[in-house]
Design a protein around this ligand. Sequence first.
Ligand code: F6R
Length: 239
Amino acid sequence: MRIILSRSTKEAIDTVSTIMVDRISSRPNMTLGLATGKTMEPVYEDFIAKAREQSLKMDKNFFFMLDEYVGIEEDHPSSFKSYILKRLIKPLDLHESQFAFPPTKLDGDHYETLIKEGGGIDLQLLGIGVNGHIGFNEPGSSINSRTRIVNLTDATKKSNQEHFGSEAMPNQALSMGIGSIMDGKELVMLATGKSKADAIKYLFNHHDDESCPATFLKSHPHFSLFLDPESASKISLKI
Ligand code: F6R
């Protein structure tokens, strides 16, 4: 695992969006795996600005979404499909056909096949949940797990309820598994803010621990963890 501690949240975001631009510039037909969530919002904003500035060509890229809620329609304003339409597809004038969305009405094997047929994922972006989840692989998920329906924990529902207002949060999601994520050629995780400090401390100090699924990523040969000062505030790292 490579850990990169930035001097500020802005710098951490800039570093991750720069990696996206660099990888796409050097391999225009590469595939990206995309996470959603609040952490990624400024990354996509920054990426869009850079992509426009550099007239980045993206017509040959293909994107795989990491997860999706089960039990809401895909055009629900809080679906991850709506998230990425608003934050990447529309602003960059990309085509929806360049994106694969976890098919919540089918089983996970369909998505695994799609990823395989697409040549696998070259760069997988990841956030981390307050309980150490990746995608929606909640504590207890196995390292060999593949795309499947998962039950969301109370911690995750509490943290994501704000996106649903007074409406009840879905109880389930279709998520790429840890095994599916580990198949990615390069994994880039970003953690920002104080709320992630405990998960990052746990990740830093433990290996292959089902109670914090992110710990499995440490055995991936190309896993980089990008931290801002707040998310790194409970571990001893110096710039
Ligand atoms: C969603 C996903 C999740 C989030 C995590 C952190 O696609 O992959 O693992 O990355 O729940 O969410 P935020 O960034 O909202 O704290």
